[in-house]
Structures are given as structure tokens and as C-alpha cells.
Design a protein around this ligand. Structure first.
Ligand code: DAH
Length: 338
């Protein structure tokens, strides 16, 4: 009796299977015979009532049918999947050359910035930052550049209706840092700066600077020179020669511009200007103290040095790029060379 039932189930199941044309129909067949209330499951439950003598034979047949069906279901499923693949690739010539996925790299300015940060870190400088949208106070007044100061003309920028502006220099971070911290201070601040300049081969309306500030007891021009020479030698190599040329910045006194000569920048016999720097002007400390309402930056007790340079300009010098706009054009042919 059971044997007949099993043979019938097998025949039915294979007939069903032959008519299957998609995965959901296939699943329906599986459930119909092997599911919890499927045909074969019911038969295996009725094994209890089979006599002891018959059990091995019938049990064997049951297994045989179950295995045959399972295998057939699996094979059918594989066949359906490869049919689907074949359909998806119909009309596609898989022998044609593919389009290689190109791996991106960090932007050259970001690469230089990372290197610069690493070098200053080794000298104990921490990272600091401030907002791009600044107050006039942080960008000019606190940096000893009052409203009628001629230095403001050279740094025209974009103003917002509320009186704020896009910072013309990262020197703003000097002020931000001194407002919130007390000496000793040793920070660097890379970031964007903005000016209302005519865009050409050497000017962008947005560029990248890196600022540095150290304030402590007993800092002198020797510390400033030592720090910058170490930094630029790490960047340009041991043969680099430096010149600290007296200059003027409102917020440092004395102030210098740093020139470099180095084979690494193709200028072994030509001085190239690369940075501005100087000793923090006591007037800057005074305006900070006034703001803080304390004497944390007493010019009688602490001195400081500051420096700033353009990362775009540095990158141009280092890689012989003659047009600064190359860094913002986003031309793969240019960028992929770094
Ligand atoms: N902020 C100056 C500029 O944008 C660069 C500079 C000069 C920064 C002297 C300094 C400094 O910290 O001491 O031209």
C-alpha cells in the first residue's frame, strides 16, 4: 500500500517538476512534496504503522524517493539560474575589453598638507582650526589691523550682510586659539583662505594656507628660524638654503619673509619666497588679554612666533606647476600624476 503511494508520489512530483518554468513554481513543488505538510512528509509519518519486517524495505524506498526528488529540485534550480544569466548576457559580447575601475588618490594639496602636519607634529605642534566665515575682529582688528589700516586693502574679501566675512588668512586661528587657551601654545592650522582677487595663473579666490603659532616664556627669533628651517628642510631636502628677509606684517614685529634656494624646487640659484613669519606683536597679546579679561598673555612674561604660508604655492613650487588653476580644474590627466 505505502509502496504504491510512494511510487505515485514520485511520478506526480516529477511530472510537476517537468512543468516548472520559474523559481517560485519550483518552490511550490518543493513545499507540495517535502514541506512540513507535504506528500512525502505525510508518508514518513505513517511509517509508524508499518510492520517491523517491512520497515527496512519501505524506509529505503522512502529515502530513495526523497533523495531523488531533492536532487532533481536542486538541478532544476541551477538550470533556472543559468538560464536567467544567459538571458541577462544576451547581446553582450563578453570578449570585448572592459573598462578598468580607476582607484582615486588624495588631492595633491591634501597630500602636501598631510606631510606638513606630520612634520610639525614631530616638533610638538597640535592641530587647531577656526571657521571660514569670520568676524572682522578675528580677521583684522585683533591682528593689529584696524579698519583704516592699508593692509586691509590688500586683503579684500567677500562680506556677509551680518558683517561677517570669508577669512583672508588662517591667522584668524591664532586669535581663536589664544582666546581659549593659555601658554604654552604650539599649534598649526591648515585651511582655506579667501580673497577678492582676479583669478589668474597665480591667484584663486579660494586657496589653502597653513598657519603656525607658538607662545611661551623665552621664545626668540632663533626658535622661529629653527622651526621653519627644520620644517622646510624635511620638505625640500638637506641642501635647501634659507634667507629671512625683513618684511612687514601688522601682527608680527619683527617680521620676515622666508626665501628658499634648493635643487628640489629647481631654483638652486634663485631665491623663491615661500612664507611669512615673525615675532607676535605685543599689541596682539594686548587685544587678546582685553578680550579674555585677564593677563594670560602678558607681553612682559611671554613671547611668541607665528608663520604662515600658502600650500597651493608650495605645491606649485615643489612640482613645477605653473598655473594654480590646475589644482581646481579637476582634470584627471593632471591629478593622476600625483
Ligand atoms: N597671514 C599672512 C598672509 O596671508 C601670512 C603670515 C605672515 C602669517 C606672517 C603669519 C605671519 O602668521 O607671522 O599673507
Amino acid at each position: 500500500m505505502i509502496e504504491q503511494q510512494l511510487e505515485q508520489l514520485r511520478a506526480e512530483a516529477f511530472a510537476d517538476l517537468a512543468g516548472v518554468s520559474d523559481e517560485s513554481a519550483l518552490e511550490a513543488v518543493r513545499i507540495k512534496y517535502l514541506g512540513r505538510s507535504g506528500g512525502l512528509t505525510a508518508v514518513s509519518e505513517s511509517m509508524k504503522s508499518v510492520s517491523k519486517e517491512e520497515k527496512p524495505r519501505i524506509g529505503k524506498l522512502l529515502n530513495e524517493v526523497r533523495n531523488a526528488l531533492t536532487t532533481a529540485l536542486d538541478e532544476r534550480k541551477a538550470a533556472l539560474l543559468s538560464d536567467a544569466d544567459r538571458k541577462a548576457f544576451a547581446g553582450v559580447d563578453v570578449t570585448l575589453p572592459g573598462v578598468a575601475a580607476r582607484l582615486g588618490t588624495l588631492h595633491p594639496i591634501t597630500q602636501l598638507q598631510d606631510r606638513a602636519v606630520q612634520i610639525f607634529r614631530r616638533m610638538g605642534f597640535a592641530l587647531a582650526d577656526g571657521p571660514d566665515m569670520e568676524t572682522e575682529f578675528h580677521c583684522f582688528d585683533a591682528l593689529n589691523t584696524p579698519a583704516d589700516h592699508p593692509a586691509r586693502n590688500e586683503q579684500d574679501t567677500f562680506y556677509f550682510n551680518d558683517g561677517r566675512l570669508l577669512r583672508t588668512q588662517t591667522s584668524t586661528v591664532q586669535i581663536r586659539t589664544m582666546e581659549k587657551n593659555t601658554p604654552p601654545i604650539r599649534i598649526i592650522a591648515p585651511g582655506a583662505a579667501y580673497r577678492r582677487d582676479e583669478i589668474d595663473a597665480t591667484h584663486l579666490a579660494q586657496f589653502t594656507q597653513m598657519e603656525g603659532l607658538a607662545v611661551d616664556e623665552g621664545l626668540s627669533v632663533a626658535d622661529l628660524k629653527g622651526t621653519l628651517e627644520f620644517f622646510f628642510r624635511e620638505l625640500f631636502g638637506k641642501d635647501a638654503k634659507f634667507r629671512f628677509r625683513p618684511h612687514f606684517f601688522p601682527f608680527t614685529e619683527p617680521s620676515y619673509e622666508v626665501d628658499i634656494k634648493s635643487t628640489a624646487v629647481g631654483s638652486a640659484d634663485r631665491w623663491l619666497e615661500i612664507a611669512g613669519c615673525g615675532m607676535v606683536d605685543p599689541a596682539v597679546f594686548d587685544s587678546i588679554n582685553l578680550r579674555r579679561k585677564d593677563r594670560a598673555f602678558d607681553p612682559e612674561k611671554v613671547t611668541g612666533f607665528a608663520f604662515g604660508f600658502g600650500l597651493d604655492r608650495l605645491a606649485m613650487i615643489m612640482s613645477g606647476v605653473s598655473d594654480i588653476r590646475a589644482f581646481t580644474d579637476n582634470d584627471q590627466r593632471f591629478l593622476s600624476q600625483f
